[in-house]
Ligand binder design. Structure first.
Ligand code: AMP
Length: 296
């Protein structure tokens, strides 16, 4: 069932809360793919009711970004939700979410200022604001985020802790195309040549993983700049010079503060953002230092 009115969804979720039912919530911007579906399946497994929101949130887009062209297909999104027995699809009205006198914003300092926060000023303020609203409207038990947007996960985790939301946050691993490209609604923007070249982001992360593994095996110090240089060289040599491609950032940051680290000696994220034509794609590798485990 699709609901767009805030009071209507609030009344339904209030009744579920009163019955003691567990609500699993998956926030999305729609144009759903297998990545979103993995989040929905996880929510389905661990909750009595599942809610998916579909909202291309204007406050998280910068002025020159793709808000108006962001891909949308509500019919196909509904079909994917139906297939997974989602109880409610929340498609709020933009004017009800942000009336003309709207004033209040939520922001997580510091964690938001690196990586995507650096190149997309105000992005996480928009994300945190809309999620604060959704959390208050829905009051979910569990909320699900994808590892593809790893900074978002850590920022929202902090938002939940600092604002005392009584919500468990869950991380779901990145779902990839067969050749390794992380699934994304924005992959639709890629031309054939850009699509072919885009898998090099994933491949550069694999190079980094192998390099780190070898260094660790030899008990050597792992310097971030060595890993970054290796990846940059790989990208330089493997991306076709004839396509429009521009590296936005390639950084190694710790998972607590999302600050650049010079040496890989703790849990960290190797994060990359690259523009191919009009598609800005992101990907990352999480390294659990103590366990020596990689999440890719
Ligand atoms: P979006 O619709 O792009 O805002 O994404 C909604 C949620 O789906 C976010 O938590 C994303 O991290 C997650 N997501 C998007 N793509 C993937 C993917 N390829 N694998 C896993 N989760 C994803």
């Amino acid at each position: 069932m699709i609901v767009s009115n805030i009071n209507e969804i609030r009344n339904i979720t209030k009744a579920w809360n009163l019955e003691g039912l567990k609500i699993g919530y998956v926030p999305t911007m729609g144009y759903l793919h297998d990545g979103h579906e993995a989040l929905i399946k996880q929510a389905r497994k661990n909750n009595d009711k599942v809610i998916v929101s579909i909202f291309v949130n204007p406050t998280q887009f910068g002025v020159n970004e793709d808000l108006s062209s962001y891909p949308r297909d509500l019919d196909s999104d509904e079909a994917l939700c139906d297939k997974n027995n989602v109880e409610l699809i929340f498609v709020p009205d933009e004017k009800e979410m942000y009336p003309s006198n709207y004033k209040t914003y939520a922001d997580v300092n510091d964690l938001s200022s690196n990586l995507c926060g650096l190149s997309r000023e105000g992005h996480f303020k928009g994300v945190c604001t809309v999620l604060t609203k959704f959390f208050n409207i829905i009051n979910p038990t569990n909320v699900y985020f994808g590892k593809k947007d790893i900074q978002q996960f850590f920022v929202v985790k902090r938002l939940i802790e600092d604002f005392n939301f009584d919500i468990n946050i869950n991380l779901v691993n990145t779902i990839r195309e067969e050749d390794g490209l992380a699934m994304s609604s924005r992959n639709k923007y890629l031309t054939k040549a850009e699509r072919l070249n885009s898998i090099n982001l994933y491949k550069s992360l694999i190079k980094a993983r192998d390099f780190i593994n070898e260094k660790r095996l030899n008990k050597e110090i792992i310097k971030s700049n060595e890993v970054i240089e290796l990846m940059k060289n790989y990208l330089d040599s493997s991306i076709d010079k004839n396509i429009e491609s521009k590296l936005d950032y390639l950084k190694i940051v710790d998972t607590n503060e999302i600050k650049d680290i010079t040496e890989i000696n703790k849990d960290c994220i190797i994060a990359i953002a690259n523009k191919f034509g009009r598609a800005r794609l992101i990907d990352n590798l999480v390294y659990r230092y103590d366990k020596g485990e990689f999440m890719i």
